[in-house]
Design a protein around this ligand. Structure first.
Ligand code: SF4
Length: 445
């Protein structure tokens, strides 16, 4: 951020600009202003460049990690491998069971090129309670952050926007679910037990120094995100977001990259307003959203509820989607559920980008549709998020015609084939122009 602010268009900026298809100078300005951040830790080399923010494609994060009751590090390693194979942009290790340092390093090794995120409050709480009891000293929280930064963690959820006052009030509130954030719950318990301010707030300046040293990213956590649609946009969610915006401003002054986390459960009509409000409040900081889940009752299919909200959020300007799996609200996911959740989130991100970025994101769709019109199955599969699954479904009843088995010999493309002769097929460039003029980039509901 500081290099960009000094006017320098670095090699890295040029590379991101090339990947994303935007002008390097425009990107430099956005990095300088904190509207774009790069997930990284100076200690890690060979990391894939993953930039988040205004005008860039929407990225997807996959959460992995042990639970308190299901501790299978090998399974978590497999989930990280799947995340890398199916195109996650980042992984968060949310482990809360077993040897936490060891598991984190194992996950990093399983996906060495992907930026890794953590929530250090988990390790601070779990190991701190064993070491000191619930009254662990406040600098203990910082020591854990420092250790994880030294280990190469690229971005961390820091729940610094949760004030003692908000915590005290939310636990006595009439919210359906006062706090659904695990890190938020740990910190609330610590603040209430010790009658102390949030350690991350108290030592915010020191935290900024630490993150500046590693050029790692602070993801300001949303401890008070709504965990039910009845709690959306209440004083607690909004109050925490206002605090987050203040923290973003102070981090920018020190050249520390920050992103802000968001909801949570939220109905369709509120999603666009939420994104626009957050962007306006934070001066365009990258927004990292969990879902949003547009209904509370999709158990077993919450990855779909989240993808619906995620697509609208991305179209409206959200920058980073945290995937949800079919196991959300029910269990730690298994590897297959991780894959399903990731692909649902990638579809949501892409659907959003088709609106947000226009034809920059649409090329693959336009190419695929030309092959689809010609029944070119060999070409079509290469565009699938999971080509093997697409091929398997295509061939599941055996193949008898050039068409698929939905209509067989009564395929519309086959019936009308002879009448199409002599038709002028559109070129990709024609389609790009047509697409650009057909979409509305100022997405509003
Ligand atoms: S058979 Fe039916 S579903 Fe399949 S490609 Fe032809 S029109 Fe489409």
């Amino acid at each position: 951020m500081l290099q960009a602010r000094s006017g320098s268009v670095t090699e890295e900026i040029r590379e991101i600009a090339k990947i994303e298809g935007i002008a390097p100078e425009k990107l430099r300005t956005r990095i300088a202003e904190g509207r774009v951040v790069v997930l990284r830790n100076l200690r890690r080399s060979n990391l894939k460049i993953v930039a988040l923010g205004e005008g860039l494609s929407t990225k997807v994060n996959v959460n992995v990690g042990t639970s308190g009751t299901v501790i299978k590090p090998e399974m978590e390693r497999e989930k990280a491998r799947i995340a890398a194979e199916y195109g996650a942009d980042a992984i968060m290790d949310l482990s809360i069971g077993g040897p936490l340092d060891e598991i984190r390093r194992m996950i990093m090794d399983a996906a060495p090129n992907l930026p890794l995120g953590t929530v250090p409050t988990y390790q601070a709480w779990i190991e701190g309670v064993k070491k000191y009891g619930i009254s662990m000293p406040d600098d203990w929280f910082l020591k854990v952050v420092e250790k994880q930064l030294k280990d190469g963690v690229d971005f961390m959820t820091i729940h610094a926007a949760l004030t003692k006052d908000l915590a005290k009030r939310v636990v006595k509130s009439s919210r359906v679910m006062p706090i659904v954030s695990r890190g938020g719950a740990f910190l609330t318990a610590w603040m209430l037990e010790n009658d102390e301010e949030n350690p991350y707030r108290k030592h915010w300046d020191y935290l900024l120094e630490l993150f500046a040293e590693y050029d790692a990213v602070i993801s300001i956590g949303d401890a008070l995100r709504p965990g039910a649609i009845a709690d959306q946009h209440d004083e607690f969610q909004v109050g925490e977001l206002i605090e987050a915006a203040r923290l973003v401003r102070s981090a920018r002054e020190k050249g520390v990259q920050t992103i802000v986390e968001g909801p949570g459960h939220m109905t369709l009509d509120q999603v666009v307003a939420d994104i626009k409000f957050m962007k306006s409040l934070t001066g365009g900081a990258p927004y990292y959203v969990l879902g949003p889940l547009v209904t509370d009752i999709a158990m077993g299919y919450d990855h779909i509820a989240a993808a619906i909200g995620g697509a609208i959020a991305a179209a409206a300007g959200a920058d980073f989607l945290c995937y949800l799996t079919p196991a959300e609200h029910l269990s730690l996911p298994n590897p297959e559920q991780v894959k399903e959740g990731l692909i649902a989130a990638k579809i949501a991100a892409h659907a959003g980008d088709l609106v947000k970025l226009g034809s920059r994101a649409a090329r693959k769709d336009l190419e695929l549709s030309l092959f689809r019109a010609k029944l070119r199955w060999d070409k079509m599969f290469s565009y699938a998020f999971d080509p093997e699954r697409a091929k398997g479904i295509y061939a599941q009843f055996g193949l008898q015609t050039q068409a698929c088995n939905m209509c067989g010999q009564y395929c519309a493309c086959l019936i009308l084939e002879k009448y199409f002769k002599g038709r002028k097929e559109p070129s990709i460039d024609d389609l790009v122009k047509r697409y650009e003029s057909s979409i509305s980039k100022n997405f509003e509901l």
